[in-house]
Design a binder for this molecule. Sequence first.
Ligand SMILES: [Zn+2]
Length: 127
Amino acid sequence: MPPEVPAELDAKRRRIVAELGQMGFVLPGSISVRTVTCGRPTCRCATDPDQRHGPYIQWSRTDRARKVNRILTPAQLETYRPWIDNLRRLRALTGELETLSLDAVHAAEGWKRSTNPEPSATCGAAP
Ligand SMILES: [Zn+2]
């Protein structure tokens, strides 16, 4: 038998799950726009900050502790920025769902919510 969860908590859960059901692809990382120096000592970019190359649209992410960068075209940015935004939204939604589920288990079991987690020292301590 499913636990007794307050209707408004279940309504919130359904709203979150519905949004998750519509979620598109999710990409890690962030976008930045930057100018760069090419490293050739004779290039104009070496001495004049206004002559640096770019601006380039850079997508950066971490893959197995390594930073990975890729230059995007404006069209690619338009396509993939929503995917990057989706991961942020996905994490927000799973966080909300987790908090909601904690509310639900406490409501269903009649447990008091403790904002201050018990220190582990209470395990096996006093009777
Ligand atoms: Zn250069």
